[in-house]
Design a protein. Structure first.
Length: 77
């Protein structure tokens, strides 16, 4: 019986510690601060290094695609 009470007390203490830790994360907005100060700068640095094609320097090929024709016979108006 003593062992059961000891295990129950340890489980309650663990649950209390977990509750306190989660409350601290919520109260001090630690998850938002982690995202803002750690994750976002890492992602910005990563994605700003990516090579991108320059849309302005691309050739404009008018004849690249097929000719579009409309169905003039039998079509609904």
């Amino acid at each position: 019986m003593k062992k059961g009470k000891k295990i129950l007390a340890l489980a309650a203490a663990g649950a209390g510690a977990l509750y306190a830790a989660l409350f601290a994360v919520f109260y001090f907005d630690l998850d938002g601060k982690l995202l803002f100060y750690v994750v976002e700068p890492f992602l910005k640095k990563h994605y700003d290094k990516m090579e991108r094609r320059d849309i302005i320097k691309m050739d404009y090929d008018v004849d690249k695609y097929g000719k579009y024709e409309y169905d003039t016979e039998g079509g609904e108006s």
